[in-house]
Design a protein around this ligand. Structure first.
Ligand code: UDX
Length: 438
């Protein structure tokens, strides 16, 4: 089939390359000429494992190309996917849908009368209906659930497909687009417009709630002397609860969960439904950043003024260079404002971090960041940080103190190597707990 993908950010670039991989002819469209030039020459302007390879493969196969011209794209495609961003508005928690509106308006102006416009962006419920009423073209909604760092696999082998459609024809066209994915056994849920829009926001709200739930339990563990790692492990064995998304620590960030739960609560309130618990989910999440700042202060004897602090991680999560609402950089910047001399390391997000936070210090390796540190903070759980050798690093730091803001390091190992090791929601001296356990 001939498809177009409007917007070539994380979602759009991945969707375009993956649609080519599924055998379609695809044009990617963006108003940003630099982005289009980069993609056309095989470069992805962000870090996403496996995507550059797929892009190169399909630029070469001739199934994928990019343009800044809506007219060219509209004349080409039978199915148009709208993958533009819906950031948080400046004045409120509402999602800013102006890019979605503009994309639909442009496409509706140029598209063939029998074309179908498929929204993939995360939007306030009611958007698809409004767009379908405003334009004389067929509309469908097909939300995406891709995680950064796993975007290619989540697109080619998703947990489920959701089609928000109002006609047999729209459903049939989407089934044709995803024929190979469906043939592999992927479940398909066909629904109306509002349900399709709500599936996405509900899924993100549930995930955020799960993380904030375990972080609230971490607060109780801190107050009562419990261990959140063991608690999460134990409740995760109950398959009604499940072990995933129960990692307590510095909390969630990124371009989706924080803004999506705010926009969802805002939209529900417009509809007369109170989702007040999502405000609490947000508040718990933000408190975890405060807690890591506080733990660092405690470790440094009550103040970080003049202390050298090393921050391991800048991306909001590993395998990504995305620093949007990154808990790591939020903590780093706050410690710097409190008078600390902060040095950040990240395997791939350094350029983005430097642009957004030019006054923080940056080191080219974790070892270099740790050299001379009074406190080391582990705030993005890159695999390479899990492989650091605490014994070798003891001599590198000025004072061996470590806050594990992700709860993924082996506290007993670091403590045994002489580090003063703290992790939110965990006992101050994990080696003591390990000894008791035996
Ligand atoms: C999320 C959803 O998972 C995805 O389905 C949706 O389409 C977009 O938003 P993403 O933002 O890429 O994806 O990241 P995700 O893997 O969900 O992690 C979000 C944040 O939660 C990260 O900051 C991560 O570090 C944090 N997190 C995740 C935790 O703090 N604890 C956990 O147990 C899991």
């Amino acid at each position: 089939m001939r498809l177009t993908v409007i917007g070539t950010g994380y979602l759009g670039a991945t969707h375009a390359a993956c649609m080519a991989e599924l055998g379609h002819e695809v044009i990617g469209v963006d108003v940003d000429a630099d982005k289009i030039a980069a993609l056309s020459s095989g470069r992805i302007p962000f870090h996403e494992p496996g995507l550059e390879k797929l892009l190169g493969k399909h630029l070469a196969s001739g199934r994928l190309r990019f343009t800044t011209s809506y007219e060219e794209a509209a004349a080409f495609g039978q199915v148009h996917f709208v993958c533009v961003g819906t950031p948080q508005s400046y004045r409120s928690d509402a999602a800013d849908v102006r890019y979605v509106d503009a994309a639909f308006a442009e496409l509706a102006r140029h598209a063939a009368p029998d074309a179908i416009l498929v929204g993939k962006s995360t939007v306030p419920v009611g958007t698809a209906r409004r767009l379908a009423d405003a334009h004389a073209v067929e509309v469908a909604w097909n939300p995406e659930f891709l995680r950064e760092g796993f975007a290619v696999q989540d697109t080619l082998r998703p947990d489920r497909l959701v089609f928000g459609v109002e006609s047999e024809r729209a459903g049939a066209l989407l089934r044709e687009v995803y024929a190979l994915v469906l043939a592999a056994g992927t479940p398909l849920v066909s629904v109306d417009f509002p349900t399709a829009e709500l599936v996405k926001t509900a899924a993100n709200a549930f995930l955020a709630t799960k993380i904030s739930f375990i972080n609230a339990m971490a607060e109780v563990c801190e107050a009562a002397g419990g261990d959140i790692g063991k608690l999460a492990e134990a409740i995760g064995h109950d398959d009604r609860i499940g072990a995933k998304f129960l990692r307590a620590g510095v909390g969630f960030g990124g371009g989706c969960l924080p803004k999506d739960i705010r926009a969802f609560a805002h939209r529900a309130e417009e509809l007369g439904v109170s989702l007040g618990f999502l405000r609490e989910v947000d508040a718990i999440n933000m408190r975890r950043r405060d807690r890591v700042v506080e733990l660092t202060r405690e470790l440094c004897g009550g103040s970080v003024m003049g202390a050298r602090v090393s921050v391991l991680g800048a991306a909001f999560k590993p395998d990504s260079d995305d620093i949007r609402d990154s808990p790591a950089l939020n903590v780093a910047a706050r410690l710097q404002l409190d008078g600390a001399d902060v040095t950040v390391h990240d395997p791939v997000a350094m350029d983005n971090a430097r642009k957004a936070f030019p006054l923080l210090g940056y080191a080219l390796s974790a070892e270099e960041a740790i050299r001379g540190a009074d406190a080391v903070l582990h705030l993005t759980e890159w695999a390479q940080y899990g492989e650091l050798d605490p014994v070798r690093l003891t001599g590198l730091a000025r004072t061996p103190r470590l806050v594990d803001g992700r709860g993924t390091l082996d506290g007993a190992r670091w403590t045994a190597a002489g580090w003063d090791f703290r992790a939110p929601g965990r006992p101050a001296h994990p080696h003591a707990a390990v000894i008791k356990e035996r």
